[in-house]
Design a protein around this ligand. Sequence first.
Ligand code: SF4
Ligand code: SF4
Length: 284
Amino acid sequence: MTEDEKKDAIDRLETRYTEEYGKKTTVDGIPAKEGVLFGYALNIQKCIGCRRCVHACVKENNQSRHHPDGEATEIQWIRVIRMEKGNFSESDMDKGYPRDYGVQVGGNAHKPAGVVLEGQHYYEPEKVPEKEAFYFPMQCMHCEKPPCVKVCPVRTTYRDPDGIVVIDYNWCIGCRMCMGVCPYWARRFNWGEPNLPKEDMNPKTHYLGNRPRMKGVVEKCTFCLQRTRRGRYTACVEVCPVGARKFGNLLDPNSEVRKILDKKKVFRIRADLNTYPKFFYFID
Ligand code: SF4
Ligand code: SF4
């Protein structure tokens, strides 16, 4: 597309969304800046499992909301998994587990491997944090070698130069190949028409980010590029009450995220898969 064609497309979308949602809507097209590679770091010791990040993300990024008649369910890009506290060692592997169930991880797992490995996605305690639990938030890792990009048959999902893995919703054919290969279960599919009430719609959107989606397309976390490419933090970083979430430019040696990588104990999940996530977990 030429620059003029891009501008025309954005103008058309702005007019359409403004009419549809009854509020002045902007569709930003700001590209990646040179010298920037975005990265994220999450302090796993600090997270209290409150899920404020989940809800702030839904609001900021115009995800589909639950419909009381069951016509739509809420789409959430962030998951917070409740894990049982405790240590796991090789010598514990035979204790408490029925034989022939294979290697078990994840605390008191009493079911065959594969059933309870993932911790609890749904937890509703009276208050958090709970004494016996810790919490593990997950979202798109913006892999440096993203398998989702590799498999997309129409190349509508790709890695931008600032490291953000984006999706052009207009070209997505809904084949869901990317969902199948993502090892982090980061992508969501719009099985039906999304339910985005007019009053809840965030009118500050980006073409590759939080503009309203349609039935039959895939979506996921975009590191809030409508904010971060304009020098702001992501919504989840801003809302976290305990400061567990950090974000910044990995190429800047003075950024908070780089200092964390230099000084803290850091790990990435499923590093063995060579996806090179730019979402790091750390402990103090
Ligand atoms: S907002 Fe912060 S403390 Fe709450 S669940 Fe998210 S990361 Fe954890
Ligand atoms: S976490 Fe999944 S969706 Fe995100 S870049 Fe990696 S493979 Fe793609």
